[in-house]
Design a protein around this ligand. Structure first.
Ligand SMILES: Nc1nc2c(ncn2[C@@H]2O[C@H](COP(=O)(O)OP(=O)(O)OP(=O)(O)O)[C@@H](O)[C@H]2O)c(=O)[nH]1
Ligand SMILES: [Mg+2]
Length: 296
C-alpha cells in the first residue's frame, strides 16, 4: 500500500519554509532571501521515496497583514494549512518565539489543530539553547512532535520525513514519481527574477514590486528567450531598479539568467523592462498572475 498526502509548511516570515521545501525536493522550487515576506503564494514541491509521495506545500509567512497583498498572502498560507493532511510549523531557533509565531499557535489552538513543530536553522545555535524553545512549544498543547532541523546541513530532515511518512494517508500517488512541481516555468522564471530584487535591492523596493513573464520564445537550438516586466509603484523606484546607466537592472537580469540556465539546463536570453504602475497592488490581474486570490 502506498501513501500520499499534502504537508503544509507554515510559520512566521523568514522561519526557513522555502529553504526546507527546496531541501526536501532536492532542487530550487521556491525563492529564498534573508528578508521577510519573500514567498507570496503557495508552492508545491513533490518528492517520492519508496512507497510514499510527499506533496510539500511552501506557504507565505503568516504575520499581521496591513495591505491587500499581505492579506492575500496570509489567506493563501492558511488555506494551504487547512487543505493539508499534515502541517509542519517552522520556528526559527535563532530567536525567541516571535509575536507572529505566538499568534499562529493561538489560531491553531482555537481551531483544535495539532501540528508537527520543526525548530529550524539549528546549525546556527548551541544545542542547549533549543531546549527552552522546545519546552515552550510543547507547553502550547498544539504540537504533537518536535523536530530539530537544519535545511542547510540537512540535519534532522530524514527523521522529519520518516515521521511525516507515518502520518500521511494511505492512497495512490497523485503525481508521476519523477514530477517535482506543478508550477509553470513562466512563473518560476518570474520568481527567480523577483528573488534578485530581494537580494539586490533594499528597504521598501522588494515589497513595492512584482515580476511577470510576458513572453517566452523557444528556439530550435534549445535556447529560450524570456521577456519580463518588473512592476513598481513610483518613478523614483523605477530609477533605483534601473540603477546608474542601467547597471542595476543588468545585474538583476544577469543573475536571474544564470540561475535559470542552471535550473533548466539550457541557454537563456533575458530581457527585463521596468514599468511604473502606481496601483498594481489593486489590480486583480497581478494577483491572478501570482496565483493569489484577489477578493480578500
Ligand atoms: N543557517 C541557516 N540558514 C537558514 C536555514 N534555513 C533558512 N535559512 C536562511 O533563513 C533565511 C530565510 O529563509 P527562507 O527559506 O526564505 O524563509 P521563509 O520562511 O520561506 O521566509 P518567507 O517566505 O519570507 O516567509 C534565508 O536567508 C535562508 O538562507 C538553515 O537551516 N540554516
Ligand atoms: Mg518563503
Amino acid at each position: 500500500m502506498t501513501r500520499c498526502g499534502f504537508v503544509a509548511l507554515i510559520g512566521a516570515p523568514n522561519a526557513g519554509k522555502s529553504t526546507l521545501l527546496n531541501a526536501m525536493v532536492g532542487t530550487k522550487l521556491a525563492i529564498v532571501s534573508p528578508k521577510v515576506q519573500t514567498t507570496r503564494t503557495r508552492v508545491l514541491g513533490i518528492t517520492t521515496s519508496g512507497e510514499t509521495q510527499f506533496l510539500f506545500v511552501d506557504t507565505p509567512g503568516i504575520f499581521a497583514p496591513r495591505r491587500r497583498l499581505d492579506r492575500a498572502m496570509v489567506a493563501a498560507a492558511w488555506s494551504g494549512a487547512d487543505d493539508a493532511d499534515a502541517v509542519v510549523l517552522l520556528v526559527d531557533s535563532t530567536e525567541r518565539l516571535s509575536r507572529d509565531a505566538k499568534s499562529i499557535i493561538e489560531r491553531l489552538k482555537q481551531a483544535g489543530r495539532k501540528v508537527v513543530a520543526a525548530l529550524t536553522k539549528i546549525d546556527l545555535v548551541e544545542p542547549a539553547r533549543l531546549l527552552p524553545l522546545a519546552q515552550a512549544l510543547n507547553d502550547t498543547g498544539v504540537v504533537s512532535d518536535i523536530f530539530m532541523i537544519s535545511a542547510r546541513t540537512n540535519n534532522g530532515l530524514d527523521d522529519l520525513k520518516a515521521h511525516l511518512a507515518s502520518v500521511l494517508p494511505e492512497g495512490p500517488f497523485l503525481y508521476p514519481d519523477d514530477e517535482l512541481s506543478d508550477q509553470p516555468w513562466r512563473r518560476i522564471a518570474a520568481e527567480i527574477t523577483r528573488e534578485q530584487l530581494y537580494l539586490q535591492l533594499d528597504q521598501e523596493l522588494p515589497y513595492a514590486s512584482t515580476v511577470e513573464t510576458e513572453a517566452w520564445e523557444e528556439f530550435d537550438n534549445g535556447s529560450v528567450k524570456i521577456s519580463q516586466v518588473i512592476f513598481v509603484m513610483r518613478d523614483g523606484q523605477k530609477s533605483i531598479v534601473l540603477g546608474k546607466g542601467g547597471t542595476r537592472i543588468r545585474e538583476i537580469g544577469r543573475q536571474s539568467r544564470l540561475q535559470l540556465e542552471d535550473l533548466m539546463g539550457r541557454r537563456v536570453h533575458m530581457t527585463l523592462f521596468v514599468k511604473v504602475r502606481e496601483n498594481w497592488e489593486e489590480d486583480r490581474e497581478r494577483y491572478t498572475e501570482m496565483g493569489l486570490d484577489f477578493s480578500g
